[in-house]
Design a protein around this ligand. Structure first.
Ligand SMILES: Nc1ncnc2c1ncn2[C@@H]1O[C@H](COP(=O)(O)OP(=O)(O)O)[C@@H](O)[C@H]1O
Ligand SMILES: [Mg+2]
Length: 270
């Protein structure tokens, strides 16, 4: 409660914590507990960190897992470095870039057979945002124009209707090609899309992974959210690395849909 505030991109930082927690879980096949804590620290030159001196929030994620051999410690943040059979090697690379984009830093301490702890430093805001006591945090719903891409008509229509009921304007597309076409068209009009929901897998058509690439080519500020029932798909667990701004699990839950779109549409650009 006495924690300093820090100004971050919520979606990106929750992805960071998610990546670290998944790694910790995978390092502990017996399912021990993961230790997560946050504290205020003042960084000085004495700390020998590649950071400007000052106030930081230090978040630590620790496990009692297998540990990381010393010779691998310098490689774990490299893209595609993995020791897992089905690993992507993108979790820590993404984590590293997100933290550095926030002017922070990440360190790791590990001992074989004892465990591993990652420490994240995020700069504390100069101005402390005081939360009024007893006042519930209000989430304002941000609305906009949203394109919904899904191969199933029922899903498209359901999501579109739901979004309209929250005050959004929507259009639908059945595959990536149609989504790109509609996005382009809207860009040329005076009402471009504020966000796009892309189904990851479209049988026989362009799916979300390819579509987001094309989308970012025509609009580098495009806000695309990947939707999928496969939370373990590497595209989903590392959606940022693929150019997405968020992930919505399927089947759709309205609150989740609202929350993710809110995040994405309010996203600060780093
Ligand atoms: N908590 C941890 N305990 C042990 N090893 C870890 C831990 N976190 C990361 N690693 C090592 O770093 C590598 C890279 O991690 P990451 O970038 O998330 O990719 P992936 O999880 O897909 O392998 C892992 O394959 C593993 O060898
Ligand atoms: Mg990982």
């Amino acid at each position: 409660s006495d924690l300093w505030t820090t100004e971050v991109d919520k979606g990106q930082i929750s992805q960071v914590i998610g990546n670290l927690v998944i790694n910790a879980q995978q390092a502990m096949p017996d399912g021990e507990t993961i230790n997560i804590k946050a504290e205020n620290v003042n960084v000085t030159p004495k700390d020998n960190l590649p950071l400007q001196g000052g106030n930081y929030i230090k978040i630590s994620v620790g496990d009692k897992g297998i540990g990381i051999p010393a010779e691998q410690l310098t490689k774990i943040f490299d893209p595609y470095f993995t020791t897992k059979q089905k690993g992507s090697g993108l979790g820590l690379a993404t984590t590293y870039s997100i933290i550095h984009r926030h002017d922070g830093h990440i360190t790791v301490k590990s001992e074989i057979g004892i465990g591993t702890t990652f420490h994240i430093y995020l700069p504390a805001s100069a101005e402390q945002v005081k939360k009024k006591e007893g006042v519930k945090e209000e989430t304002t719903t941000i609305t906009g124009k949203i394109l919904v891409m899904d191969d199933e008509e029922m899903v498209r229509n359901f999501v579109s209707k739901a979004l309209k009921s929250f005050g959004n304007e929507t259009e639908v597309a059945r595959d990536g090609a149609e989504a790109i076409e509609k996005y382009k068209k809207a860009m040329d009009s005076d009402k471009p899309f504020d966000a796009v929901i892309l189904d990851l897998t479209i049988p026989g058509g362009m799916g979300g992974k390819q579509a987001v690439k094309k989308l970012l080519e025509i609009d580098s500020d495009a806000k695309a959210v990947v939707s999928s029932g496969y939370a373990n798909d590497p595209v989903v667990s590392n959606f940022e690395a693929y150019g997405f701004s968020g992930f919505i699990p399927k089947p759709y839950m309205l609150e989740e849909l609202k929350k993710v779109l809110n995040n994405v549409m309010s996203e600060k650009k780093y």
